[in-house]
Design a protein around this ligand. Sequence first.
Ligand code: UVW
Length: 329
Amino acid sequence: MDRKFFHTSLWCMAIVAAVSLLAALSLPAKAQTPTGSKWWPSEWGPDDQRGAMNRITPAKVLEAVSLIKEGKIYQLGRVYEPGMPLFGNRHYSLTIPGVPTGGPFGTNKLVYNDEMFSGEIGQIGTQFDGLGHIGTRVNGEDIFYNGFKLSEFGDSYGLKKIGVENVGVFFTRGVLLDVAAYKGVDRLEVGYVITIDDIKGTLEKEGIDIREGDVVIFRTGHGKLWMKDNKTYNSGEPGPGVTAIKWLVDKKIVMTASDTWATEAVPGEDPDRPFEGHQWLMNRNGIYNLENLDLEELAADKVYEFAFIFAPLRLKGATGSPGNPIAVR
Ligand code: UVW
């Protein structure tokens, strides 16, 4: 090899190495999943199925108890009834099979009624999203909380892992962020993205903070459309964007909740990444979500901090639960 060719080759190799190094330093590492780096194992161990519920410690329960000063209960659950807004083609049906269903029995002539129910029981009306609700397709595999693979725990008669029967009971501090009031509107517009500054401004106005183990409830005013204008209700919604949701994740809360059907803004910050907030909550961080709440009485009384209580039904292998969460002050 002649000397000139040898030197030229060395220079070329040096330039290629320098360019590769610069590229490696300036470009983010190729994401391991569509939402960023891999999120498992969970901080509560590789077998954990309860996620952020681990934050509801006895001390947190006592903190919630200390907020009960008047004994006033607020029901936050909606009435389940025909005509309520439903997402997509989800359905609800309740029938009484015979009126009365049975009887009369004995000389005392007892009669009784039962009901037959059919519907996507965990995902209609006031609905609690469990950890089996949301996953992400990563290289052809649907991966859920703690890295659990749907191909291994999925079962058409109930999930074999992270079903709602594992969740337990929410008895913790709840905070109401009345963002509509903070913004001085009756209702935030469909698609309005609540920012971190909106949250900070609302907290300051209300004189409260967000603490580890809290349930953070957004009031947007969108709930006023419930059963009045279902078309607009279902057309999208205001709510926190994924940036604000990541900020809440860092606060180590246990659940987000809202007077909307998904809690997060629809469309969100990036219409090409629908419901990404759901992925950051349930999927990546084991944080729950509760939707379609009635927050009007709580807001009218300006109750921003309270004991929050909710026991999801122990439906084995279910993705969610109906229910009637309560706030007590
Ligand atoms: C989806 O299931 C996409 O949304 P939600 O949890 O709001 O019902």
